[in-house]
Design a protein around this ligand. Structure first.
Ligand code: FAD
Length: 380
């Protein structure tokens, strides 16, 4: 049976997220972006409203919701402000490898902290010399008595300047290749942890993107994720099956915002004696944008549904992420085009949305990497 209807609970959650986006994000998005201001208070408010940390299990005090709930919320938050949606979702991505791979004690302590204290966390995998090619990371953790000594530099870490703790991928046995990687939970205030300057990024500028440096950080053995070495790669990658549908939903929300702005403008702006929407070429752009947004959402919902029903979704998540990211980049370019010269100014929000969209094709696995994943899956 195919059923596109949301449950009553899902409808309510989506409505809650939409109202939050409309009242708390839309009025502030431009200011946050212009001033590169991290919306810490609004992230706290989103947490209190029940719009972040949805995935934290009930056993840790959370709501234990699935990927479908997350994608509904992400689409609305990104519709309100894509930068905020990225900033607020750092906990979602970082929590995923803990949920799938950590011990019960680790979950209680660190996932519990997200719920009880409103803590923030960041996912530290990328390094200056290794983004797509994760196996080229150089960070190492060497056992030294009752702790590991962690050394390395992570790059482009979302939320790093505000995080209470990090999920860090490191080699514990370089000779074993990806099977020699382990995950660690590292608290931000431990000796040897330092945070780089905020990167001056193209878009989504309220989100906080920084390097994180680990220099002889003593990580207690109890902070080895799952308590066993060698599972880091699997945990870090499994997280993407849960997070990529959410990032794809983010791209859908962003594109929807651009489409709505363009639709409204096309009905007002007149050329050659009629609103530009009366010109078939403009109407066709809007029609294509709407089709592509609908198609992307269906891919997102399928990837989420598979995950929530315990089925493999790696390929579906890659389809959703690749299509939605490319689609939102194209949709925002078309929105700017519909606004003409005004679209190229910061007076209207479409320029900000176009700058915001580009990173969707880069982070959480670039579009090229999604194609590699799909290629691998279809030739298995
Ligand atoms: C704003 C922002 C936030 C981020 N947040 C985080 C975070 O929280 N945590 C984290 O760990 N990382 C984060 N990242 C890092 C992000 O995941 C990486 O930038 C991304 O994976 C690409 O890696 P790279 O930048 O090293 O590019 P590279 O891997 O050097 O790739 C450069 C180009 O080559 C392409 N390419 C690479 N290999 C292949 C191949 N085999 N075939 C075809 N094309 C290929 C890529 O697609 C890309 O277009 C963030 C990045 C940004 C910009």
């Amino acid at each position: 049976m195919v059923d596109f209807a949301l449950t009553e609970e899902e409808e309510m959650l989506r409505e809650l997220a939409h109202e939050f986006a409309e009242s708390e994000l839309r009025p502030n998005a431009e200011h946050w972006d212009n001033n590169r201001e991290y919306p810490r208070d609004t992230i706290r408010l989103a947490h209190e409203t029940g719009l972040t940390n949805l995935h934290v299990p009930e056993s840790c005090g959370g709501m234990g919701m699935g990927v479908m709930a997350e994608v509904l919320v992400q689409e609305e938050l990104a519709w309100g402000d894509p930068g905020f949606a990225t900033a607020a979702y750092a906990n979602g991505l970082t929590g995923a490898p803990i949920i799938t791979g950590a011990t019960e004690e680790q979950k209680q302590k660190y996932l519990g902290g997200l719920i009880n204290n409103g803590d923030l966390c960041s996912y530290c995998v990328t390094e200056p010399v290794a983004g797509s090619d994760v196996q080229s990371i150089r960070t190492t953790a060497v056992m030294d008595g009752d702790h590991y000594l962690l050394n390395g530099t992570k790059m482009f870490i979302t939320g790093a300047g505000y995080a209470d703790w990090f999920f860090v991928l490191a080699y514990t046995n370089k000779d074993a290749g990806y099977k020699g990687m382990s995950g660690f939970i590292v608290e931000a205030n431990w000796d040897g942890v330092s945070i780089g300057k905020k990167e001056d990024v193209m878009g989504q500028r309220c989100s906080d993107t920084r390097s994180v440096i680990f220099q002889d950080v003593k990580v207690p053995v109890e902070n080895l994720v799952g308590g066993v070495e060698g599972n880091g790669w699997f945990n870090a990658m499994a997280a993407f099956d849960l997070s990529r549908p959410c990032v794809a939903a983010h791209a859908v929300g962003l594109a929807r915002a651009a489409y709505e702005h363009a639709l409204a403008y096309a009905q007002e702006r007149e050329t050659f004696g009629k609103p530009i929407i009366g010109h078939q070429m403009i109407m066709a752009k809007l029609a294509d944008m709407k089709t592509d947004i609908e198609a992307a959402r269906m891919l997102v919902w399928k990837a989420a549904w598979l995950a929530d029903n315990g089925m493999p979704n790696t390929e579906a998540a890659a389809h959703a992420k690749r299509f939605a990211a490319d689609m939102s980049t194209q949709a925002t370019i078309e929105a700017v085009q519909i606004f003409g010269g005004y679209g190229y100014t910061e007076e209207y929000p479409v320029a900000r949305l176009m700058r915001a969209a580009k990173v969707m094709q880069i982070y959480e696995g670039a579009s090229e990497i999604q194609r590699l994943i799909i290629g691998r899956e279809i030739t298995r």
